[in-house]
Design a protein around this ligand. Structure first.
Ligand code: APR
Length: 236
């Protein structure tokens, strides 16, 4: 009997974009070592000081201009194209590097930095510039109702039903470049294990939850992800 390899679910985190020059959150020089997350990444913070929160995300959005997808993003796009089964890529990242690398079956579970969400009409639209206090919603014309379309702590990540449905059917689950510190994403490996999937961690170093995976490979994403994809597609 051969092990099933059809349905693949991949979870990515900040580590896959680190070599593109985007800071991770919990590493030594990570975002949350410089900024208190309670002041920038909660609905309460936005209510208290919207300008401070918008400025934080405006800076991040402006910082995306010179960032490019790297070999790991490209390898996952290649996997989706060349694998005969299903590949669902779930990213916690709010950057657009997976999109630009060509991944299409992609869930941005924590939202997208390059989109604005109108809290007046609920429209979400591409937004490449700063969101200011007097920015106008392109859909309803309301002024001052836009926020970054990102999921803050205390809010429900996007498309959870779709993700757990894919995890239920997964033959392989791979976690790439994430510390596994934030739920619900941190619980995906348990769901995959329960579904009988083969589970694998690809990360710079062992995460705290490394022991939950059947297999691990450690090193920079630009090396270990293309290596894994190449090996997988060659064996298929
Ligand atoms: N290659 C592979 N992994 C790397 C690399 C690299 N070049 N550089 C760093 N890493 C690993 C780190 O070892 C760490 O385990 O990436 C992981 C990044 O972890 P976090 O900074 O915690 O980022 P992430 O897991 O994506 O955070 C989850 O937390 O703050 C929230 O919403 C935010 O989506 C984010 C969520």
């Amino acid at each position: 009997m051969t092990t099933a390899r059809e349905n693949i679910v991949i979870l990515t985190g900040a580590g896959i974009s680190a070599e593109s020059g985007i800071a991770t959150f919990r590493d030594k020089d990570g975002v949350w070592s410089k900024f208190k997350l309670e002041d920038y990444a909660t609905p309460e913070a936005f209510e208290r000081d919207p300008v401070k929160v918008q400025t934080f995300y405006n800076e991040r959005r402006a910082g995306m201009k010179d960032k490019q997808p790297k070999a790991a993003h490209e390898a996952l796009a290649r996997l989706e194209k060349e694998h005969s089964g299903e590949v669902l890529l779930v990213t916690q990242n709010i950057d657009d590097l997976h999109d630009r690398a060509g991944s299409e079956n992609l869930v941005h579970m924590h939202g997208e930095l390059l989109k604005a969400w109108c809290t007046h009409c609920d429209n979400r639209s591409a937004w490449l510039y700063n969101i200011e206090a007097d920015s106008v919603c392109a859909s309803c014309g309301q002024k001052g109702s836009l926020r970054p379309d990102v999921v803050w702590f205390g809010e429900m990540p996007y498309q959870m039903d779709r993700i757990f449905d894919a995890l239920d059917r997964a033959d392989i689950f791979i976690s790439i470049g994430t510390s596994g510190a934030v739920y619900p994403a941190a619980g995906f490996v348990d769901a995959a294990n329960q579904a009988g999937a083969a589970t694998m961690e690809l990360n710079l170093e062992p995460s705290d939850g490394s022991y939950l995976f059947d297999e691990v490979a450690h090193g920079p994403a630009t090396e270990i992800v293309p290596n894994w994809v190449e090996g997988f597609l060659t064996e298929s």
